[in-house]
Design a protein around this ligand. Structure first.
Ligand SMILES: [Zn+2]
Length: 268
């Protein structure tokens, strides 16, 4: 007997049938007023002296594994206690690192989710943290201040950041959807650009269910990756090993309306 499959739109994705234009059919908040990503115009961002520097204290021992989810490359971290944390900046307290994942394009002119001064980058790394005053991650997702995500833009250039190497080296182990490799002793702060200036605003996850619980810390300075590193990312498959190869690319959500939200920026 043929196995009954879910309608394509239920298993969300990035294709015409199940892509961002249809997410709201199953996840109504995707049409909410505080969605991400947004376009940032530097001239319209309000310079806020109250926006402090942010700090991370990441324990390399907290990194657990790297996985091809079929929609992204994701690195998971132990968040059972305040082990790898983010604080300061726009945040009211201590946030625990839970996972890191990447959005990228099929070509270098697209892939980032946030667009700054009309420029779309080749990719964007998200480091997802949750407010440790809440009892667990699921609880934090229900609070407007529950999650803090650092976004790092990726720009293709000649002198790539050697720190991406670690991720790229292990990528062959997770070629297809569902594949996972151990990924230990990794301190993701090596991915941060030198300049720590940022934009901040209140928004959402950019993947379903698109919960509106995210304080974004969007770093102004992109990191440099090279063509080889991008092609390694693009070599991943969004299908499992038993299915035909389908390149995992263009896993980014289009821009969402800013509505009445303010984008703040640090004063340099
Ligand atoms: Zn993301």
């Amino acid at each position: 007997m043929r196995k009954q499959s879910m309608p394509e739109a239920v298993t969300w994705g990035y294709s015409k049938e199940n892509g961002p234009d249809r997410w709201h059919e199953y996840y109504p908040i995707a049409k909410g007023n505080n969605q991400s990503p947004v376009a940032v115009l530097s001239k319209d961002a309000s310079k806020d002296p109250a926006l402090l520097p942010w700090f991370t204290g990441y324990d390399p021992g907290a990194s657990k594994n790297m996985r091809n989810t079929g929609k992204t490359l994701r690195i998971a971290f132990d968040d059972t206690f305040d082990r790898s944390v983010l604080r300061g900046g726009p945040l009211p307290g201590i946030y625990r690192l839970r996972q890191l994942h990447i959005h990228w394009g099929s070509t270098n002119d697209k892939g980032s989710e946030h667009v700054v001064d009309a420029k779309r980058h080749a990719g964007e790394i998200h480091l997802v943290h949750w407010y440790s005053k809440y009892s667990n991650y699921a609880d934090a997702l229900r609070k407007t201040d529950g999650v803090a995500t650092i976004a790092i833009l990726m720009q293709v250039g000649k002198n790539p950041k050697p720190e991406m190497k670690r991720i790229i080296e292990e990528i062959d182990g997770i070629k297809t959807k569902g594949k996972e490799v151990p990924f230990q002793n990794f301190d993701p702060s090596i991915l941060f650009p030198q300049n720590r200036n940022y934009y901040s605003y209140q928004g959402s996850f950019t993947t379903p269910p698109c919960e509106e619980c995210v304080t974004w810390i969007l770093l102004k300075e992109p990191i440099v990756v090279d063509e080889h590193q991008m092609s390694k990312l693009r070599s991943l498959s969004s299908n499992s090993a038993e299915e035909p190869h389908c390149p995992l690319v263009d896993n980014w959500r289009p821009l969402q309306p800013l509505n009445n939200r303010m984008i703040r920026t640090t004063c340099q």
